[in-house]
Each structure stands twice: as C-alpha cells, then as structure tokens.
Design a binder for this molecule. Structure first.
Ligand SMILES: C[S@@+](CC[C@H](N)C(=O)[O-])C[C@H]1O[C@@H](n2cnc3c(N)ncnc32)[C@H](O)[C@@H]1O
Length: 484
C-alpha cells in the first residue's frame, strides 16, 4: 500500500496528520538540566558536564555531532534561564490565566527556556517559538505544546523593556520590588544586598546586574609551584589576561578551559576567584610579632584557600593545618594540597570542638559556612533556593567557629574571619558579637585595607567587603582580628 503520509506520518484520532516532534538535543539537554535543578535540587554546574558528555556520546552513536557550539548554547540556555527566572516568571504570569503555582513545573521550565530565547538571546522569535513548541511536543505532549505555543506567542508580542515596564512596579512606588523583577533576584536578597552595600540606586543596580553576568575563570598560581607569567607563557597569548588585584592571579579569556592548562592539571595552579586569593594573601601578610610557624585553616573544604595558604606558609617554613568537618570535603582538601612544597596536615575535625590546644597557632583562617549570597554569579540557582530564614540558621555556627578560632590563635596572633556573603548578619554582626562576648578571647580589629594593596573602594575599614560590580570578584568579606 502506498504511504501517503510522509516518512514519519500516521494519523491521529482526529484525523490530522501526525508528525513526530523534532528532537533538538540542545533544547532537550537544557530542559533536562532545568528539571534536575527544579526536581532534585541539583546544582547546574554539577549536572551540566555529565549531560553534555552524554549528549556528545549519544550524537556520536547516531553518527551526528554535538560540538562546542551546541555545548555553549545549551550552557547559555540553562544558566541564562536560571539567572533570569524571576523576570521570566513575572512575564509568564502576565501571559497565563491562572497562578503560576498551578502550572506544572516541567511546563514552566519549557516556558522559561522559551522566554529566555525570546527576551534574553538573539535567537529570532520564530525560531525560538518553534524550537520551544517542538521541545514541548517531545517532552510534554501535543496538548501542552499548544499551551506553550499560545503563551510564547503572547510573550513575543513585545520586547524585554516593554515587558519590564508592564510587569515591574515603578521604582518610585516600590524600589525593592522593581529591582527584584528587573534584575531577577528575590526581594529579600535585593534588600539584604542593598543594606550591605548602602548608597543609592546606581550602586545596587550595578551589583544586581553584575550578579547576572557570567564570571571570568580566574586561576591562582600557587607560589613556589607556578607563576602567573609562567602560566600565561604556557598558553596562546590571546587566551590569558593578567589578574586585577592578586599577585597570584591570571584570568582566562572568554571560553578558556582550565582543564587545558598544564599547571592546573599538575596541581601547581588552581581555579580560584581573586576575592578568595586576596583573603588568603591578606592573612599571610598581616603583621605579626613573635613566631610565625603554625597556621590553621579551620574550615578548609574544598581547599582553595588552604592550597594558597599552604604555599605561602611553605615559603616561610611554616606548617599549615587544614581542618574540615566533612570527611569527603577533607579528601578534596588533601587533593588540593598534594604536592605543596612545605609541611601540611589535613584533619577531619569540627572547628567548634577543636582537637588542637588553645593558643597553638600564629595565624588562623575561618572561612565559615554561609548563605553564599556573594557568589550568585557562579551558582545561578542559589538565589531561588535560599530563604531569608537560612541566614539565621548559620548564625550560631558562624559565632562558634570565630570564637574557637580566637581560642586557637596565640595572644598576638591573627585570625581572619571570611564569608562568601555580604549579608550584614553574616559579616559585621558576627564579628561585633564575638568581639564583645565575654565568652570569647579578647581581640582587636586589624585594618585589613592596607593588606589588599592597590584594591580601591574598600570603605572605612577595618574590615573589607569586595563586590562583583566594583572589584570583579565574588562578594567576599574579610575581618582580621588580633588576639590580645
Ligand atoms: C565556605 S566553605 C570553606 C571554603 C574553603 N575555605 C575554600 O576556599 O575552599 C566552609 C567549609 O566549612 C566546613 N564546615 C562546616 N562546619 C564546620 C565545622 N563545624 N568545623 C569545620 N568545618 C566546618 C564545610 O563543610 C565547608 O567545607
């Protein structure tokens, strides 16, 4: 019998010709990544590499290719959609006739992916809609694909600016909600960041916009093991840029792959934001009277700062003890420190119940667990997962770890308290409470600003707060305290 319905043709119950959905591996991969983030609380940066590898292997089996451009587009779709989810949700909400919580999450993911292509990329509108409808047919079925089609057609009726004017309240009426919708941050995060940053509209807008930028990949050349110049010389000249502030930093140009850097493969260098490098370098540079032989990193996992500290300690013949409560993270610390030119020990230990004697260290770092609001550039989903209540949840541990750090350092020794969050409740409030507490050893603040030479806009001191929009770093906080 002659097939009159084409290669993939069958007839549906209604008699309309049925065409199998086109399976676009890039969009399917992006959808699967969003589902993993939404359904299983996965981290995009952890699930993506596995999905990309699987897509490559699947394509190879079918005699097709899934190349670097496909991988770059899939990554952009996932990260962009997650970063701008708050804005896209507000737009989608204006285009559906029921509350968003009544729309199934997989449908919302397809809509958000479509909204990102329409409002956040240069993909032509007709291509963005048809690719999204095909994705919906493949992963949701024909009925929901029609719904997706209808919603996306409403979205593409105007551009992003027009949508923002429609869905965000005017700045003058409700500044925080305006910024939350326009810059896609939860309102409580806008509020907390603004409290910490201070100032007017321009600064907070720049900060929120910087949180939505892809961060550069920065490497740390571990002293005694490699140098920024040596790393740069090992790579084609156009692929590296000097660090901005850290003498150990070298930045990779757009698209640079750290795994391709020989010094990184050998452990002589690592991937580390310049803010983290500055924290370790400032502790190492703090003036000290008396011995300088024993250093402690009390919250070391996964070991980025410990590896730099250990290399700096080695240069002075000092020992670094790197303590971490979680055994699996302590193993990562061991890996980061492997090959260090000087002495070090990695211990699995609870920094609030120390296994070391009081006063036995000359320099101590506590880079405490925190909300991570300073690294929103790197963790696109984190802002939606965190809750305002989480801040208070970390408070007792942060105070206990700083108190024990002050106990661990000898009189005259220096403690660095660091967080990758600028939230005032995790930064100044902790330092002020502990330094006033009768239960903590007495300590005096050390002005950290001169220990970050050349870094501008460090405020009134004595502590320092780095910012993505001012320094190009994560929003690391650092307070230095000298035990009396
Ligand atoms: C912000 S991270 C430290 C990052 C690290 N300094 C780096 O640069 O790679 C905080 C670490 O503290 C660990 N931690 C949490 N509670 C702890 C405790 N009571 N004692 C020691 N480490 C703890 C966490 O497991 C986590 O690895």
């Amino acid at each position: 019998m002659k097939n009159t319905q084409g290669r993939q043709g069958t007839r549906s119950a209604q008699g309309t010709p049925y065409r199998r959905p086109q399976k676009d591996p890039v969009r399917i991969l992006a959808f699967e990544a969003l589902r993993a983030v939404g359904e299983r609380d996965a981290y995009a940066n952890l699930v993506l590499p596995g999905l990309l590898r699987a897509a490559e292997q699947d394509a190879a089996k079918k005699g097709r290719t899934f190349d670097r451009r496909d991988a770059a587009l899939a990554t952009e779709l996932v990260y962009g959609t997650l970063r701008h989810q708050g804005t896209y949700d507000a737009v989608i909400a204006a285009c559906v006739d029921r509350p968003l919580r009544e729309v199934d999450p997989p449908v919302l993911d397809v809509l958000a992916l479509g909204a990102h292509q329409l409002l956040g990329t240069r993909i032509p509108a007709h291509a963005a809609v048809s690719a999204s409808v095909e994705l919906a047919r493949a992963v949701l079925g024909d009925g929901r694909a029609r719904f997706v089609n209808a919603v996306l057609r409403r979205i593409c009726a105007q551009d992003l600016d027009a949508w923002l004017a429609q869905v965000a309240p005017p700045y003058d009426e409700d500044p925080e909600e305006h910024l939350a919708v326009v810059h896609s941050h939860p309102r409580w995060v806008v509020s907390a960041l603004w409290d910490a940053l201070g100032g007017g509209r321009a600064g907070i807008e720049d900060l929120l916009a910087a949180d939505n930028e892809r961060p550069e990949v920065t490497l740390v050349a571990r002293p005694g093991r490699s140098t920024p110049a040596g790393i740069a010389a090992s790579l084609p000249p156009e692929t590296t840029v000097p660090g901005r502030w850290s003498p150990y930093a070298v930045r990779l140009a757009e698209g640079g792959d750290p795994a391709a850097v020989p010094a990184v493969r050998d452990g002589d260098a690592g991937v580390q934001d310049e803010g983290s490098q500055l924290v370790a370098a400032a502790l190492a540079a703090a003036p000290l009277d008396g011995p300088d032989a024993r250093w402690l990193d009390g919250c070391a996992g996964p070991g980025g700062k410990a590896a730099l500290l250990a290399a700096l300690a080695a240069d002075r013949g000092a020992l670094l003890v790197a303590a971490e409560k979680q055994p699996h993270r302590a193993r990562l610390v061991g890996r980061a420190l492997h090959g260090n030119p000087g002495p070090y020990q990695v211990v699995v230990a609870d920094g609030t119940r120390p296994v070391w004697r009081p006063g036995s260290f000359d320099r101590v770092l506590v880079d405490v667990p925190c909300t991570g609001l300073g690294a929103l550039r790197r963790r696109p989903e984190a802002r939606w997962r965190r809750r305002a209540e989480d801040v208070g949840g970390f408070a007792p541990l942060q105070r206990a770890l700083l108190t024990e750090a002050l106990t661990a350092v000898r009189p005259g020794g220096v403690v660095a308290y660091a967080t990758c969050s600028p939230h005032l409740a995790e930064t100044r409030a902790v330092v002020e409470d502990v330094t006033r507490s009768p239960h903590a050893p007495a300590a005096d603040p050390v002005d950290a600003r001169p220990l970050l030479p050349g870094v501008p806009a460090l405020g009134d001191g004595p502590d320092v707060q780095l910012w993505p929009h001012l320094h190009g770093t994560d929003a690391m906080y650092l307070a230095l305290l000298r035990r009396r």
